[in-house]
Design a protein around this ligand. Structure first.
Ligand code: FES
Ligand SMILES: [Fe+2]
Length: 372
């Protein structure tokens, strides 16, 4: 395939493109370069799907939340018609962001000159604009993303004619169907800000090779690195399957086979939809890159909606939050090490283990999208 990604040399690209058993990592510039990051912003705001919320975060008409996705300020809002919409939250007048945080409102009024938009992004009022030629409020609407609801996630795509998301992840969806991810709810969110490129976190999330060292006391005893496996993919995703070292206690949920119940899965839908599944929980790592070297991460711990009624629910949430944070602190340590090493002048592309097939899968996708 012809490559037109100027920032990588043909030699560097060739090393990444090799079959896994001969392949190398992405070169240092893929992580450090502002030019690459700017290119990622452009590509990923094209025909690429991103999770922007869970539906239960905006249950009622007028519920909204804001986020910044690759530099684009967005509003996720549920309309009077029950539809969840994702739109730019940059005012069409002189570009002030319209809202921050989350809440419930039936209109969004710009804090600068009070232009007002409804829940569909339609401009409904622009004060003191009399005398301006050919200006019709009704002709102005905030740019909208295509939206698909998938397993309770609000997925957004900014291409005019996006390729449907559900089709791209059909095999993936089938694999996780017994876990009923649609029924999960966010029960607690942890937040982190770190000075790394977002891909350092994604790569760390998608392989279990590092259990033998960084997680030798936490994950390795229960999920051995050597047993981890990564199936071939037929779409923009990877599944890291980590079989449990010992079978767990029997469970009444007949919907799950033993391995589905006991094993841990760390999945990435490219480029940055990270979701770990360990029955009965799901953990969504919401990756929010701020710059080539700045990452905002929200880790949303999710449990089945029925769990809220359990007496031990508060303790379950606390225990889950503590163990997720303890493991993530170890991953922060690993990512800090990698980030330091990537700055070194003698650092070159490294070889991959066959336990890192997911990184190889991601790299092929990344090259395809970046060179398109
Ligand atoms: S920038 Fe929003 S009303 Fe002027
Ligand atoms: Fe880890």
């Amino acid at each position: 395939m012809a490559m037109h990604l100027d920032i990588l040399s043909p030699q560097q690209t060739e090393l990444v493109r090799r079959p896994l058993e001969q392949a190398y990592t992405l070169p240092v510039d893929a992580y450090l370069s502002d030019t690459v990051y700017d290119q990622e912003k452009k590509r990923f705001l094209g025909d690429v799907w991103h999770p922007v919320a869970r539906v239960e975060q905006v249950p009622n008409a007028g519920d909204y939340l804001s986020l910044d996705l690759f530099g684009q300020p967005l509003l996720v809002v549920r309309g009077r018609d029950g539809q969840v919409r994702v739109m730019s939250r940059v005012c069409l007048h002189r570009a002030a962001p319209l809202a921050e945080g989350c809440g419930n409102s039936y209109k969004f009024t710009c804090p600068y000159h009070a232009w007002t938009y409804d829940l569909t992004g339609q401009l409904v009022r622009a004060p003191l604009m009399e005398g301006v030629n050919n200006f019709a409020e009704r002709a102005l609407r905030l740019p909208q993303a295509a939206v698909e609801i998938w397993q309770g996630f609000v997925m957004a795509n900014f291409a005019p004619q996006p390729s449907p998301f559900a089709d791209q992840v059909a095999t993936f969806s089938q694999f996780f169907a017994p876990h009923n991810l649609a029924d999960m709810e966010i029960v607690k969110t942890l937040e982190y800000r770190n000075g790394w490129n977002w891909k350092v976190l994604v790569e760390n999330f998608m392989e279990a090779y590092h259990h033998i060292a960084i997680h030798s006391k936490t994950f390795e005893p229960d999920f051995h690195a050597r047993d981890s496996r990564i199936p071939d993919n037929d779409g923009p995703w990877s599944i890291l399957h980590m079989p449990a070292a010992k079978p767990g206690p029997e469970d009444v949920s007949a919907a799950l086979d033993g391995w589905q119940r006991d094993d841990l899965f760390a999945n990435v839908i490219f480029p940055m939809f990270l979701v770990a599944v360990k029955h009965p929980s799901m953990v969504w790592y919401q990756v929010l890159p701020q710059a080539a070297d700045q990452l905002h991460l929200k880790i949303h711990i999710c449990l089945p909606s029925t769990f809220r009624a359990l007496d031990e629910f508060p303790q379950m949430v606390e225990a889950a939050a503590q163990s997720v944070d303890a493991v993530h602190q170890e991953d922060i340590e690993a990512n800090d090490l990698v980030w330091a090493g990537l700055q070194a002048p003698l650092t070159t592309q490294g070889r991959l283990s066959t336990l890192e097939r997911s990184i190889w899968q991601f790299n092929q996708w990344w090259l395809d999208v970046m060179a398109a």
